[in-house]
Design a protein around this ligand. Structure first.
Ligand code: SF4
Length: 347
């Protein structure tokens, strides 16, 4: 509960769930502009495609909008668990949005308690998203996150019941919004009014909403292999399921090859040739890959290379320190990438 017994006006403190998108940017600015302290919290998920410096950009954005600091929360295995078994089901693809939002709100509540802050707020807009921003879903999120009365949605606040922070006079409800629905016109107009011109487009969101990524993830789930590192691997290249259940990933371009190298973990096999060719990555769990299957993988890789006739494929194994230890070298005939044999294995 907010302690409002002190006579002196007190400066409230809100925890902003900050994705870095326009909605959360506006929410942050609306609260910071009222003179409250704001701590921004960003939940780092493996299903958000981002470059290495995106988090620095995000931090700069949060500070510029008025946050005192940006904290990061990496839920690790907790997120993997909820993709496996969401309590509230999936959206159109493999996106467990309600559970995912709950995870973020609970992280916000924990930070609020740790810092002695007054409330948590987010950029949600009533009716903007079909799964997590229906009015009933928003109520459920507030209830199940343990944030009853302490979860503020500045962009739709005037359509929603008053929160404790508003009742206590920490936040002026009259300066909050009553946005509703999927259009972004109101948000764009507000951004212009607040002088916010640099914000991301809504595209390029969560990979679990991408049908291709979602179907590869579902296939990986069936093989019981969707841990945190597998999410990362699924982002890159084309994927094949080899006989025996092993996964072969092949880069389609330089970016994929770099991504696969970055996603490799100890025990993975990396396959390369001297010819222009994709990087191949085999994930094999604890099991050994027999020579026949390794040969098949090398033949498939060669089929995607510029190698004609016999092709020499070098196999390295990634060790615990991230080093690539030579494992073996195979001389193989390329397997036609358009053959039924290869097409059957493609995911
Ligand atoms: S779209 Fe993805 S990141 Fe966003 S709430 Fe849904 S599952 Fe979470």
């Amino acid at each position: 509960m907010i302690d409002n017994t002190d006579d002196k006006p007190r400066r409230g403190h809100g925890i902003c769930l900050f994705s870095g998108g326009l909605d959360s940017m506006l929410a942050l600015r609306l609260i910071a502009d009222q003179g409250l302290r704001v701590t921004a919290l960003h939940v780092v998920l493996p299903v958000h495609p981002r470059g290495a410096d995106d988090l620095a950009v995000l931090e700069g954005r949060a500070l510029e909008l008025g946050a005192e600091e940006l904290r990061l929360h990496d839920p690790g295995g907790e997120f993997v668990e909820l993709v496996h078994k969401p309590t509230h089901g999936y959206g159109r693809n493999l996106n467990p949005c309600l559970d995912c939002r709950l995870l973020a709100f609970r992280a916000g509540r924990r930070l609020m308690e740790e810092l002695g802050a007054d409330f948590v707020f987010s950029g949600e807009v009533v009716g903007e998203r079909p799964m997590s921003q229906r009015r009933e879903a928003m109520d459920l999120l507030e209830r199940e996150s343990g944030l009853n009365g302490r979860l503020l949605r500045p962009l739709s606040a005037r359509l929603l019941p008053e929160t404790e922070a508003e009742r206590a006079g920490l936040v002026d409800r009259g300066r909050l919004m009553s946005f509703r629905g999927r259009g972004r016109k109101s948000q764009i107009a507000l951004a212009a009014r607040l002088g916010i011109h640099d914000y991301p487009t809504p595209a390029g969101g969560c990979l679990l909403t991408d049908p291709g990524y979602a179907s590869r993830s579902a296939e990986a789930l069936e093989h019981g292999e969707l841990d945190y590192a597998d999410f990362e691997l699924l982002r890159w290249g084309r994927h094949l399921r080899l006989p025996g259940g092993f996964k072969l990933a092949l880069g389609r371009n330089k970016e994929d090859n770099a991504g696969l190298r970055g996603a490799a973990r100890p025990g993975d096999l990396l396959l390369t040739t001297d010819f222009p060719a994709p990087l191949g990555l085999i994930r094999r769990g604890d099991e050994e890959l027999d020579g026949e299957r390794l040969r098949l993988a090398a033949r498939i890789l060669s089929g995607y290379s510029k190698c004609a006739g016999e092709c020499v494929v070098m196999v390295f194994v990634l060790d615990d320190e991230g080093g690539e230890r030579p494992a073996t070298t195979l001389t193989v005939e390329p397997l036609d990438r358009f053959s039924a044999e290869v097409r059957e294995l493609l995911l």
